[in-house]
Design a protein around this ligand. Structure first.
Ligand SMILES: Cc1ncc(COP(=O)(O)O)c(C=O)c1O
Length: 373
C-alpha cells in the first residue's frame, strides 16, 4: 500500500558533506568549529536581524529569551492559547504566569483585539506564536507593548521565512525563537535559534546559554546559567539547510496552493488562509472540521491511516490542558474560539517532496472520508 508521511526532512549531499567536515576535524561540541558562528550569522541575516544565538532546541530558545529579558516569578505573560505547549512551558520555567489569549477563527493566531483587556500591573510580556506558518498581525501587538512597556517575543518555531507586511518573522519583536526539529521548515535534527536586533540582549543570551561562565575566571560564574548549546555537528546541517530555505518554502506554498485548489468549496472543512499582510509558509497544511463533520476527527484520521496516509491532530489549547486546569491556572471556558477548533483540527501530509499524485491520493481519500459521515 502507498504510504504518505506527514512530513519528511529535505536533506541531501550538502548536509552529509558538512557533517563529515566537522567530524573529520573532531569539531563536534557546542564550543568547537566554525559552523556554529556561520549558521548564526547566515540565519540572522536571512531573518534581517543583527544577531542569532544558536541553541539546542526551540523550547530552550523561548526560555533563553525570557530569561535574558528578565521575566521572573509571578510576572504575567500573555500567550496565544493554541500552540505547542512548549510556548507555555517556557513561561512556567521562570515561575511566571502565562495568561492564555483566545485566537482568531481564520488564522488561528492570537486575537490581538483581546490583549488590552488582559493587561494587569503584573503583565511584563506578550508571547505571540506564528502558528502553522502564518504570521501574527504584529502592528497591534507592538503598539500595545509600547503603550504598556512590555517585551514582545515571537515563537517562530513553525514560521521560518514567513513575512508580515514584507518583513521577516523573528525581526518583529525583541526576540524571535526558532526550532530546527526534524519536521520544521529547515532542520538540524534538534536545534533552535534566537534572533534579535538588540546586541545587549544577544550577549546576555550568549552568556546564559553557556552556563554563564565568568570572563576572567571561567569557573566564577556570572549567574545561574544553562547549557543550551547547539553542537557544531548540528550547525553543519543548518549551514547546508539555510541555503535551501527558499526552495523549501516555495515547495510548501506549492503544496498549499494545490490542496487549496482541490479542497476549496467543501463546506465541511476550513482551510488555511493567507491574510493580505502575510506570506504564509504553510509549515503544515492544517484543516478544521465543520458542520456535519464536527467531532468526526478520529474517524476521518483513522480512515486516512487505513489508506496509508499519515495525518496529525492539531494542538490542544492551554485552557483545555487538564494539568493546568487542576492547578487553577486556567479554565476551560477562557478561550471559546480555540475550544471550537481544539478537537476538530488535524494536518495533512505537507512534506516538501510531495508529488501531485500523492496529493491527489490524499484529497480523494479525504473527500471520501468527509462524505462518509
Ligand atoms: C509553536 C512551537 N513552539 C515551540 C516548539 C518547541 O520546539 P522544540 O521541539 O525544538 O523544542 C514547537 C515545536 O516543536 C512549536 O511548534
Amino acid at each position: 500500500m502507498k504510504k504518505i508521511f506527514v512530513s519528511q526532512p529535505f536533506l541531501g549531499q550538502a548536509e552529509t558533506e558538512a557533517v563529515n567536515i566537522a567530524l573529520s576535524r573532531s569539531e563536534i561540541s557546542g564550543f568547537s568549529g566554525n559552523f556554529i558562528g556561520n549558521f548564526e550569522s547566515m540565519f540572522a541575516r536571512y531573518c534581517d536581524c543583527t544577531s542569532g544565538v544558536a541553541v539546542s532546541n526551540g523550547t530552550n530558545a523561548l526560555h533563553l529569551a525570557l530569561v535574558a529579558l528578565g521575566i521572573r516569578q509571578n510576572d504575567e505573560v500573555l500567550v496565544s492559547t493554541l500552540t505547542n505547549m512548549a510556548s507555555f512551558f517556557a513561561v512556567l520555567y521562570q515561575g511566571a504566569i502565562p495568561v492564555p489569549i483566545d485566537i482568531q477563527a481564520d488564522t488561528l493566531n492570537m486575537d490581538t483585539a483581546l490583549l488590552e483587556s488582559k493587561i494587569t500591573p503584573k503583565t511584563r510580556a506578550i508571547l505571540v506564536v506564528h502558528l502553522f506558518g502564518h504570521p501574527v498581525d504584529m502592528d497591534p501587538v507592538n503598539d500595545i507593548a509600547k503603550k504598556y512597556n512590555l517585551s514582545v517575543v515571537e515563537d517562530c518555531a513553525e514560521a521560518h521565512g514567513a513575512l508580515y507586511k514584507g518583513k521577516k518573522v523573528g525581526s518583529l519583536s525583541d526576540a524571535g525563537c526558532f526550532s530546527f526539529y526534524a519536521n520544521k521548515i529547515i532542520t538540524t535534527g534538534e536545534g533552535g535559534m534566537v534572533t534579535t536586533n538588540d546586541a545587549v540582549l544577544a550577549e546576555r543570551m550568549r552568556s546564559f546559554k553557556c552556563l554563564a561562565f565568568g570572563d576572567d575566571l571561567k569557573f566564577m560564574h556570572k549567574d545561574i546559567g544553562y547549557n543550551y548549546r547547539l553542537t557544531n555537528l548540528q550547525a553543519a546541517i543548518g549551514c547546508a539547510q539555510i541555503e535551501k530555505i527558499e526552495e523549501i518554502i516555495s515547495n510548501k506554498r506549492r503544496i498549499a496552493a494545490y490542496y487549496e485548489q482541490k479542497l476549496r468549496g467543501i463546506d465541511e472543512i476550513q482551510l488555511p488562509v493567507e491574510k493580505p499582510y502575510a506570506r504564509n509558509v504553510y509549515w503544515m497544511y492544517h484543516v478544521v472540521l465543520k458542520n456535519k463533520n464536527l467531532a468526526q476527527r478520529s474517524r476521518i484520521m483513522k480512515y486516512l491511516q487505513d489508506k496509508g496516509i499519515e495525518s496529525r491532530e492539531g494542538f490542544i489549547p492551554y485552557n483545555l490542558q487538564d494539568i493546568f486546569i487542576a492547578r487553577g491556572l486556567t479554565r476551560k471556558e477562557d478561550c471559546p474560539i480555540a475550544n471550537s477548533v481544539a478537537y476538530n483540527s488535524f494536518y495533512l501530509p505537507s512534506g516538501p517532496v510531495l508529488s501531485e499524485e500523492d496529493m491527489d491520493y490524499v484529497v480523494e481519500n479525504l473527500k471520501d472520508a468527509l462524505d462518509a459521515t
